[in-house]
Design a protein around this ligand. Structure first.
Ligand code: ADP
Ligand code: ASP
Ligand code: MG
Length: 405
């Protein structure tokens, strides 16, 4: 029998009873004859609490030191889970990310996995042990610990599954699969049996936090099938894999929301390409990711330019723009009261009128749209934060994703 990788998220190991329940599931899988690698996240809200602790000391701590702190969350849960599995009589060993051969680049707090050196994990598996690997962390070329960005344990699990050529990568979480929308926002959301990598990637990018986007990217590149399922039941979940063009008549597969954006508007800025270039180069150099961009029609060589950056990056982005603007006569406005809602579906490519239908749905509930962006398989609208959940529900109904009555 092959290797199985199981990942358990923070809510699945939040307290001692839950840790024991995870241990029982892991041991049952091992006793079926599989070699099991378990990737685990920090318990419950531990990562949030660690971030808050750092902020108590400094509003802007060095990222290397923040990573030192954040990595302790996962280190606590691997040890506790190993103790629980040991108590059930199953040989087990826990490894930190660095011990497990998770090698990253040097971008602290948002590092990318460069490769997984699976030698140590294989060695421990071959001794008949369950191997627990800390999610969300790895080792940089400078021998420092780096973390992979929020939700990064998903990516650890998929990367380990790819490196070990595992039969399956099971992501155990507090929902029993991937739904047509976050079931906490849309109670009538429906569970998908299977979803294509491309659609899942887009949903994840647009805010469906059930999987970290990077984990889907890695899965698609290495052909790892992900099974998203519940920690609290045995029910089949959702398979994330290559689906092909089978169900492409379904125009919209899912709806997602992301409240993590803010909008910056440059008013009366010169409408030439050099200015555009200067603005976005300066932001890129500061490592600030820009998502949506819209420019109004130019008049007398001037225009209004709006774009979105994450709320976390807003202050830094405004600093960059201020430096650039220096003594010029245009103005800058920031709006931190926006959210992005998106519809995602590979069927959009061949079905016209999807954007129109989206605007119609939002107009019907009187929700204004500030900025729009599209790709082949998604349409996103920036709307007022506070109304975005209503927007998601309206879109879910409009695109006939609600359960049949
Ligand atoms: P974990 O701690 O296990 O990593 P997360 O909180 O990161 O879990 O992700 C699971 C959550 O993702 C769910 O509780 C759910 O609220 C949210 N979610 C958002 N969009 C979706 C979706 N389309 N399908 C399922 N869950 C979703
Ligand atoms: N503990 C980390 C976080 O809260 C990583 C993870 O849960 O995947 O983001
Ligand atoms: Mg997660």
């Amino acid at each position: 029998m092959g290797i199985i990788v199981q990942k358990y998220g923070g809510s699945s190991v939040a307290d001692p009873e839950k840790v024991m329940a995870v241990a029982r599931r892991v041991v049952a899988t091992a006793r079926e004859g599989h070699q099991v690698v378990v990737v685990v996240s920090a318990q419950g809200k531990t990562t949030d609490l660690l971030i808050a602790k750092a902020k108590e000391i400094s509003p802007n701590p060095p990222k290397r030191e923040l990573d030192m702190l954040l990595a302790t969350g996962e280190q606590m849960s691997i040890a506790l889970l190993a103790m629980a599995i040991h108590a059930l009589g199953q040989p087990v060993i826990s490894l930190t990310g660095p011990q497990g051969g998770i090698l990253t680049d040097t971008q602290h707090t948002k590092a990318r996995i460069r490769m997984v050196d699976g030698a140590r994990i294989r060695q421990e598996l071959d001794k008949g042990q369950v191997v627990i690997v800390a999610g969300f962390q790895g080792l940089t070329p400078n021998n420092d610990i780096a973390t992979l960005g929020r939700g990064g344990s998903d990516t650890t699990a998929v990367a380990v599954a790819a490196a070990l050529d595992a039969a399956v990568c099971e992501i155990f979480t507090d929902v029993d699969g991937v739904y047509t929308a976050d079931p906490r926002i849309v109670p009538g959301a429906r569970k998908l049996k299977v979803i294509d990598y491309g659609e899942m990637l887009e949903l994840a990018f647009q805010g469906a936090k059930v999987l970290q986007p990077r984990s889907v990217e890695v899965a698609a590149v290495y052909g790892v099938t992900i099974h998203v399922r519940s920690s609290f039941s045995d029910e089949e979940g959702t398979l994330v894999k290559e689906v092909g063009s089978l169900e492409r008549e379904i125009t919209v597969t899912g709806v997602a929301a992301d409240e993590n954006w803010s909008k910056v508007t440059l008013v009366g800025v010169p409408s030439d390409v050099q200015t555009l270039c200067a603005v976005f180069s300066a932001l890129a150099q500061a490592g600030i990711n820009v998502d949506m961009i819209v420019q109004a029609a130019a008049s007398k060589g001037r225009t209004h330019l709006s774009f979105t950056v994450t709320r976390e990056d807003l202050a830094e982005a405004l600093g960059v723009i201020d430096t650039l603007r220096a003594d010029q006569d245009w103005e800058v406005f920031a709006d931190d009261n926006v959210a992005k809602v998106s519809i995602v579906g590979a069927g959009m490519m061949t079905n016209p009128g999807v954007a129109a239908k989206m605007f119609e749905a939002l107009t019907q509930v009187d929700i204004p749209v500030f900025v729009v962006s599209t790709s082949e398989i998604k349409v996103s609208c920036l709307v007022p934060r506070g109304r975005h959940l209503e927007a998601v529900r309206a879109l879910h109904t409009k695109f006939e994703l609600d359960p049949e009555k």
